[in-house]
Design a protein around this ligand. Structure first.
Ligand code: GCB
Length: 615
């Protein structure tokens, strides 16, 4: 019994440790065998492949376990599971859109892929990398468990013992479980569909025995209120896996004729240097530099932009100058295909839609989107708010839930800490005020600041409606800890009609920039009526007209807005059989990609602001 508890403890610690420390970043630049493509599957709502008939986890070698071979040893052996092509799914991709019978499926699906493999010459290490699996992944290779990961939107990797890899017929099995749970992040209740599956890339990554696991090469946090100097300072670090004493690290930026060599001081080596003649990254000029980092035989290339960002008094300064964020919220979904977004084409499509609206910023709601999205934002020059799915009624009292949220926060920041486009890490959305919640969220903010001192930290806060006549106050106690006081408001949609905006004003007791992280109303694309008719395009258009008029009266601290939402998106909470049919209809584009009337209201206002800021 004691031994079992000890083993469980070890497993728990290793799962925790994993989430903290083992992620390899910039995976796209690594030599890898892609394991994307066709995988066979078994749907297993009762988890028969995982538990025995007494609901005890099956032993690793048990032939009934679905991670073990489905080929009977001889004709007398009974097999009650098997993988065949008739049942196959494409990876990356959620399962819900791939088969009609999966439309509302939540639970366990086993994925299996076989592959051949030719080991590289010389000493090499291999990792199995997943861009994201929603929500829990148990990963087995040739009958051995490599590890388990929870969190549906962040990457993870497991080291593969080289002795486990065979030249022919490797048998890779992933148990994917997207059952929602009260003590999970997100929790049971969300206003979006819980797409399941191996939703992002899978790769077998090859690295030398000592390799560059991660690095931060970004401009140092500026002196408060100051623009970067003519030769701004980079402050960062390089993390070597299996570092050797005295290993030399080289950093170069050929376009700037910059080269630096330093000796590793340990696993993490701090670096700092100045970059004369640097062109700063901004939405108007999204300059990226080719940066290369090498150590021993390992070399990695990245494209990095350099800029500063800070909340200073009641303003947000980008490269020392005030910026107004003309944004939009985006779900990671392609409505036309009714599926999760993945890869550069989807990223381009979504960001181009935002661009057409006149945006210089996007809020990636409500979870970390695909890495292709933040990389595309870097190259298109779009500022990004990136968020973890601490949404609504997470179990704030649970230390285990806090650990899960922290692990996702760490993975989100680690994956993307070199993306110039990201200016805000958000630790959550619309969390209900209570001392327990505030303590939980405060701990996340502290953690985010430990992980990254150069970006703003925020969260979508709660509003105190009508506390003073005609005045709504954003005084959520969490406001004391965030850099940007952001809030969601739906005046004229949830309660009342849009004309309430005429007499409403906004304020906050915090001496910080104020940001509207959501506002919106629903309309079924193509449904036209008078503006008092709910779900008509005309109602939504009226809503945004009244909002814009109100926004023009916002206090000076108002620094930007991300209306809700770019596209209609799937939500099982939206059950009006005529206008919703399982879709949240607050998109400025409908689910077929057609612009609704409200789109043009926001577009015109964004044009006005852009002109004002550029003159
Ligand atoms: C919100 C939530 C968002 C919902 C939206 C709505 O405040 O943050 O996830 O989808 O409202 O449509 O009600």
């Amino acid at each position: 019994m004691k031994k079992r508890i000890f083993l469980l403890l070890c497993l728990f610690i290793s799962v925790k440790m994993y989430a903290q420390d083992r992620l390899i970043t910039n995976i796209g630049a690594r030599k890898a065998l892609s394991l994307n493509g066709t995988w066979q599957y078994i749907v297993d709502p009762y988890e028969t492949g995982f538990y025995d008939y007494r609901y005890k986890e099956l032993d690793e070698k048990n032939p009934d376990a679905y991670w073990n071979t489905d080929i009977p040893k001889n004709k007398t052996e009974k097999k009650e599971h098997g993988y065949i092509d008739k049942y196959s799914l494409q990876v990356p991709g959620d399962w819900n859109h791939q088969k009609p019978e999966f439309l509302y499926y939540e639970g366990t699906v086993w994925y299996r892929k076989t592959f051949d493999f030719h080991p590289a010459d010389g000493a090499t290490k291999y990792y199995l990398y997943f861009g994201a699996v929603n929500y829990r992944a148990d990963v087995y290779l040739n009958g051995k468990k490599l590890g388990m990961h929870i969190g549906g939107f962040t990457p993870f990797n497991f080291a593969i013992p080289t002795s486990l890899l065979k030249e022919k017929g490797n048998y890779l099995v992933v148990k994917v479980d997207n059952k929602r749970g009260a003590d999970e992040v997100p929790t049971l209740n969300t206003d979006w569909w819980n797409y399941g599956g191996i939703t992002r890339d899978v790769k077998l990554v090859e690295v030398p025995p000592t390799f560059i696991q991660d690095y931060v090469i970004q401009l140092k946090k500026p002196e408060p209120g100051k623009a970067p100097s003519a030769s701004p300072e980079v402050e960062g670090w390089v993390k070597l896996n299996n570092v050797k004493a005295g290993e030399l690290i080289n950093i170069s930026i050929p376009e700037l004729k910059f080269k630096k060599q330093i000796a590793a001081t340990g696993q993490i080596t701090k670096v700092s240097f100045n970059l004369p003649k640097l062109q700063l990254w901004s939405p108007e000029h999204p300059k990226l530099y080719q940066v290369s980092v090498s150590a021993g035989v390992d070399k990695i290339e990245d494209k990095i932009g350099f800029r500063t960002i800070e909340a200073f008094g009641k303003q947000v300064l980008l490269n020392g100058k005030p910026v107004f964020m003309r944004g939009i919220c985006i779900h990671g979904e392609i409505p036309l295909d009714v599926r999760r977004a993945v890869g550069p084409d989807d990223a381009k499509q979504l960001l181009n839609q935002a661009h057409e609206l006149g945006c210089n910023m996007v809020r990636l709601a409500h979870y970390p989107h695909d890495e292709a999205m933040t990389r595309m934002a870097d190259s298109l020059g779009i500022l990004v708010w990136s968020e973890i799915p601490v949404y609504w009624t997470i179990n704030f009292a649970s230390p285990a839930v806090l650990d899960k949220a922290k692990a996702q926060l760490k993975e989100m920041i680690t994956r993307d800490h070199n993306r110039a486009s990201i200016i805000i890490w958000s630790v959550g959305n619309e969390t209900p005020i209570s001392p327990t919640r505030t303590d939980f969220m405060h701990k996340l903010i502290i953690r985010a600041k430990e992980l990254d001192q150069t970006r703003m930290i925020s969260a979508a806060l709660e509003v105190n409606y009508g506390s003073m006549k005609d005045m709504n106050i954003v005084d959520d106690p969490l406001g004391a800890f965030v850099d940007l006081v952001a809030f969601n408001e739906y005046l004229g949609w949830y309660g009342g009609l849009p004309d309430q905006c005429r007499k409403t004003n906004w304020s906050t007791p915090y001496n910080k920039p104020l940001f509207i992280s959501e506002t919106g109303g629903g309309a079924k694309g193509g449904f036209h009526a008078d503006s008092l008719t709910r779900y008509s395009e005309e109602y939504q258009e009226w809503y945004f007209k009244e909002q814009v008029a109100m926004l023009k009266r916002m206090p000076d601290s108002f620094v930007g807005i991300t209306p809700w939402v770019l596209n209609d998106f799937r939500s099982p909470k939206r059950n009006n059989p005529v206008y919703q049919e399982g879709w949240n209809r607050k998109g400025l584009y409908d689910d077929k990609g057609t612009k609704k009337k409200a789109f043009y209201i926001m577009q015109a206002w964004y044009k006005e602001i852009e002109n004002k800021f550029s003159h």
